[in-house]
Design a protein around this ligand. Structure first.
Ligand SMILES: Cc1ncc(COP(=O)(O)O)c(C=O)c1O
Length: 420
């Protein structure tokens, strides 16, 4: 291949970050022996659940057979989004949370990942007054590894390690360690996922209020990644009360509610943020898929999206997580220092092995030899440069596997851990 003359940004963006590099290895492993029955507990892709698919199919049929179809797919639209969808978002959030928002508080984006690209580069990077670089603070890691990929400069993210609370023999929880959080003029925004991929942690209302107070004090946005949050896909298993305020930017995704392929994300925030994001989005990608938005408008305004999320999607993953924990209790060696993060949300189980010999990358290889594929945890500490043994002691397991695969995964883990 001829060498490309890439720019500094080109070089940074040309690299797969964190988990995406591992995903390449996983794909190669699966291809290396296609006849082998792998236990693949790595995917971030949600399961296509029959009831959810049926809902989207019904609305797609309705749309395709209506007069709306031609203009929806055959015309460009407004960058802010497809009108009926913006209206549906306003009505749904005012009904669900009584936030009192209006159209000027909403921007539709091509998936929420692109929204993090817009946000991190609006608020992070070289300042235009020559006073150095503005950073994006991730107040608690482990955190969504996708944030690493959206910043144009590699040193923009700064992350803070958490306090670890042991809850029982094999259960723990991360808490925001406010004693380690230092905000000054150099921080342009605070960003976090709630509930969090990969750990399933859902920061408490109290922690959230404290972060909000910091954002308010410094007049910076608190960007909340609601990819797993209520009202859809409603993958929060503990109570959480999201609220609306001048300094909070809620970032919603339709992906875990069955529409990842259509790329629909929603920003809900103060008009000052929406007005800053909209031209950036117009320059980069014009607008999100109008077909996806038109489907989402129907699912949202009928109330079916929130209903199917809490009645179908949420119990599905909750049951899988419970099954995984029970299977581990049966299969892991006695007195072995393994801990699962308390199940507070998302579709992932997060395991910590508090053993001096534990190394996530070596463990990933050993589990592969048993036919089990997971994701090594060290990919999920974007912006945390300090040495910390815990970074190499964790693994992520996706609950998108079948019941039999989940039970077999616990057996494979037991076999490998017995040899420690
Ligand atoms: C925490 C989190 N945020 C954002 C995303 C990206 O979602 P989208 O499909 O809306 O771009 C994901 C996808 O897995 C995620 O886990």
């Amino acid at each position: 291949m001829p060498k490309l003359k890439l720019s500094k940004v080109g070089k940074k963006m040309n690299h797969l970050t964190g988990v995406r590099e591992i995903m390449k290895d996983i794909a190669a492993t699966l291809r290396s022996d296609p006849s082998k029955k792998w236990l693949n507990l790595s995917p971030g892709n949600p399961i296509v659940l029959p009831e959810v698919l049926e809902m989207w199919r019904t609305y797609a049929n309705e749309l395709v057979n209506s007069s709306e179809f031609g203009p929806v797919i055959g015309r460009y639209g407004m960058t802010q989004g497809f009108d009926p969808f913006i209206d549906a978002v306003v009505v749904a959030y005012n009904k669900h949370y009584t936030w009192g928002i209006s159209r000027e508080n909403v921007l539709i984006t091509p998936g929420s990942q692109s929204l993090y690209f817009l946000c991190s580069n609006l608020f992070g990077g070289e300042r235009d007054d020559g006073k150095g670089t503005q950073k994006i603070l991730l107040p608690m890691c482990p955190e969504y590894t996708g944030y690493d990929g959206v910043v144009l400069d590699k040193d923009i993210l700064v992350s803070v390690r958490p306090h670890i609370e042991i809850l029982g023999a094999h259960e723990f929880k991360y808490q925001v360690d406010f004693s380690r959080i230092h905000v000054d003029e150099s921080i342009g925004a605070i960003m976090l996922s709630r509930p969090t991929n990969p750990t399933g942690n859902c920061i408490t209302d109290d922690e959230f209020k404290k972060l909000h107070a910091i954002a308010k004090q410094w007049d910076i946005p608190l960007i909340v990644d609601a990819a797993y949050s209520p009202p859809f896909p409603d993958l929060a298993f503990v109570p959480m009360t999201p609220f609306f305020d001048e300094h909070i930017l809620h970032c919603v995704s339709l992906s875990k509610a069955g529409l990842p392929g259509e790329r629909v994300g929603i920003a809900i925030g103060h008009p000052k943020y929406i007005e800053a994001l909209e031209p950036f989005q117009s320059n980069v990608g014009i607008h999100s898929s109008r077909f996806g938005q038109a489907l989402a408008a129907k699912a949202l305004s009928s109330g079916r999206l929130a209903e199917i999320s809490s009645l179908v999607i949420k119990p599905f993953y909750r049951k899988k997580l419970e099954m995984f924990r029970n299977a581990l209790h049966e299969r892991m060696p006695k007195d072995f220092p393994w801990y699962l993060h308390r199940e507070e949300g998302t579709l992932f189980a997060w395991m910590w092995i508090d053993h001096p010999k534990m190394n996530d990358l070596e463990m990933y290889q050993k589990l592969k030899e048993q036919g089990l594929i997971c994701v090594p945890g060290s990919s999920f500490f974007p912006g945390l440069n300090e040495d910390w043994a815990h970074k190499h002691q964790c693994l992520r397991f996706s609950m998108t596997a079948t019941d039999d695969e989940i039970r077999a995964a616990a057996i494979a883990l037991g076999v490998v851990c017995k040899k420690f």
